[in-house]
Design a protein around this ligand. Sequence first.
Ligand code: ADP
Ligand code: MG
Length: 285
Amino acid sequence: MSAPATAKQSRGLGVRCEELVHIYRTGDVDVVAVRGVDLVVQAGERVALLGPSGSGKSTLLGMLGGLIPPSAGRLWIGDEETGGLSERALLGLRAQRIGFVLQGAARNLLQYGTPIDNVRFAHRSVRRSARRDLMEPRELLDVVGLGQVADRPVPSLAGGEQQRVALAVAVANGPGLLLADEPTSQLDTAGRDAVLDLLDLVNERFGTTVIVVTHDAEVGARLGRTVSMRYGRVGNEGDRGQQYTVVGKDGSVHLPDDVVAEWPPGTHVLVERTDDGVHIRRRPT
Ligand code: ADP
Ligand code: MG
C-alpha cells in the first residue's frame, strides 16, 4: 500500500526548461542574456544559482517565474507549459503559487505602507478557502526577526530589514515555487541566517521549491545544489560539495575558474581518449 500524498508532495512546483533564450532589444543593440539553458529543478528541491555579474542569473530567474517572456525555448512550471498559458492564467499562477523576490529590496515593497501592510496585501491575494495552512502575517515577520518593526513605515527601515520584509511578502501565499534574487546581499550573518531559516521553513511546510540567486558561498552550501552560469549558459553544477561541468548542446564545456585562470581564452588543449577515460591537457609548447 502506498503512503498518502503529503502536502509537501502536492504543493511544490518544479520547473523545467529546454533551450531557454532571452534577448534584450535596446534600440539597435541586442543583448543575448540567456543563451540556451536546459535545467530541471524537481518539486521541493533547493537550488542556488551562482555566477559573475552579468551572466544572466536575474534574467533566467525572471523567466522561471513567468515575469520575463522567453525569446525562444520552452518552459514548464509544474505541469504547465507557460507558452500555452494566457496572460491571465500566468498572472493567476504567479499570484497563487509563486513567490518572487526581485533584486534590490525596495522594488518589492509598497513604500507608503508598513511591513505588516505589505505582508497582508500579499496574503490576501490567495483564495483563503483553498488554503488553511498559511502563516499569519505577524508570525511571518517574527520568523525573519522583524516583529519589532512590523508597524513602522517601510522607508524608515534599513536596507537589510526591507530585504527580509520582501522575503516575508514573497512567502505569504505559501508558494509552490519561491524565486529570490540575492535576498541576503545586504544582510549580516544573523540576518542571513534568519532568511535561510525562513527558506527552510517554507520548504518543509509547503514543499516549496526554492531557487535563490546568490554570491554567498555559504548560502549555496546550505541549499545543497548549486547551478553556475557564465555568459548566459549553465556551465557547472555542484551537488553536496562535488562539482560537475555541464556539457553544452554544441559540445562546449565551461572549465572550472581555477583552470581558466591558468589556461586563458585561445589556449589549445588536447582532448584524449584513453583506456581509463577522456582527458584534457594543454598543448605542449
Ligand atoms: P546577472 O543577474 O547575472 O547579473 P542579468 O540577467 O541581470 O545578469 O543580465 C544579463 C545580461 O543582460 C547583462 O549583459 C546585462 O547587461 C543585460 N541586461 C539585463 N537587463 C537588461 C535590460 N533590461 N536591458 C538590456 N540589457 C539588459
Ligand atoms: Mg542579477
